[in-house]
Design a binder for this molecule. Structure first.
Ligand SMILES: C[C@@H](NC(=O)[C@@H](C)NC(=O)CCCC[C@H](NC(=O)C[NH3+])C(=O)[O-])C(=O)O
Length: 349
């Protein structure tokens, strides 16, 4: 059954609300079977006063996890990876005496602790301590292993960046190539994602981009320009740079079955409930919207940038929205309202 037309007024209202709550700027792009609706508000750069126009590149944070999951699901399709094998079959010794499977890692059901909780307990000092650091993936896993498991493998959902650092290690071990090469050859090039890069551990955002601003924990402190950072603390869990156009293209291609076999896509979408309206599959979030539409994608939060990127189950309509702010809950909540505008149409007023 056809979706209601996108609510352009509602889309602009959601972005303006994000700016009212402290984001310097925001932008959103809906791709509705080729018909594009794009809105942008506020500033891409506070210093120069450059206004946001929606074509900017920006850091997509955990939307990276969808790309990393696609690489592993393609390896499963190629018969080179068994999703139900223990991680230690491919990475011996990584998780001592552990039965955690690849599928549990991709579904955040490994029970592993999220080291990011330690790194960013204090947002600005935590960021400043890592912004130029380069971590070996193993270092990040070891940070996590300093904590006891949150639960037995498979017992419950517990979000952890640790899982997608391990997923990146699996891709490198199975292919013998850097995960950057796998992203490029399996996804970025085939889909012609010209705004999409994995430059880790480089700190510069290539080409024309929105600057990103980290909101300090103490009200009244100045925003921190967080644009240049290695994002090595997240790497295959959060370091991709892209644009609203490219993320729309990627989600549309993925959900319309162009990147994996139908069987693997079904497994990716088979989501385990997390809350009344949210579920998690393999590297993919499902949001059940109030109007009854379920959408698949991911959110992102890296210093300076929030992203909301979702599409319908068949990929015919996708939405990517971002604000160049982070550590600001009200901004993230209002950015989430772009989903209702994109997929639920004009509310009955
Ligand atoms: C939420 C999103 N996850 C991600 O995008 C991953 C890469 N980010 C995080 O886990 C949060 C890192 C801290 C951000 C920092 N927060 C703090 O420093 C809080 N003390 C900030 O907001 O900039 C997802 O999976 O949906």
């Amino acid at each position: 059954d056809p979706l209601p037309r996108p609510d352009q007024v509602g889309l602009r209202a959601a972005l303006s609300a994000a700016v009212d709550r402290g984001a310097p700027g925001a932008a959103a792009r809906i791709d509705d079977r080729g018909t594009v609706h794009a809105v942008s508000v506020g500033l891409a750069d506070r210093r120069t006063g450059r206004v946001m126009d929606g074509r900017e590149r920006f850091r997509i944070g955990s939307v990276t996890k969808v790309f990393t999951a696609v690489v592993l699901l393609q390896l499963a399709d190629e018969g080179r990876l068994d999703l139900d094998a223990p991680v230690t079959r491919y990475l011996p010794g990584l998780l001592p005496g552990d039965t955690v499977t690849v599928r549990q890692v991709l579904g955040h059901r490994s029970g592993l602790y999220d080291y990011a909780d330690d790194l960013f307990a204090r947002s600005v000092p935590g960021f400043e301590a890592v912004r130029t650091r380069v971590f070996a993936p193993r270092e990040l896993v070891d940070l996590s292993l300093r904590h006891p498991r949150l639960n037995r493998p498979g017992a419950a959902y517990a979000y952890a960046n640790t899982n997608f650092v391990i997923a990146g290690m699996l891709a490198e071990r199975l292919t013998g190539r850097p995960v950057a090469a796998e992203f490029r050859d399996r996804i970025f090039r085939p889909l012609r994602l010209r705004d999409t890069f994995y430059v880790h551990p480089g700190t510069a955002v290539p080409g024309r981009h929105a600057r990103g601003y980290l909101t300090p924990d103490r009200a009244g402190d100045p925003l921190v320009d967080a644009t240049e950072q290695t994002v090595s603390w997240a790497q295959s869990a959060g370091a991709i740079i892209s644009s609203t156009r490219d993320v729309d293209t990627f989600l549309t291609a993925l959900l319309s079955g162009r990147l994996t076999s139908p069987a693997r896509l079904r497994e990716m979408r088979r989501a385990v409930r997390v809350t009344a309206t949210q579920a998690y599959g393999l590297g993919l979030r499902r949001r059940d919207l109030p109007c009854g539409v379920s959408v698949y994608g991911h959110t992102g939060a890296v210093q300076g940038y929030y992203t909301v990127a979702f599409a319908t189950a068949d990929g015919r309509r996708s939405l990517t929205a971002f604000a160049n702010a982070s550590n600001n809950g009200p901004v993230l909540d209002t950015l989430g309202r772009t989903l209702d505008a994109a997929f639920c149409g004009v509310p009955a007023r």
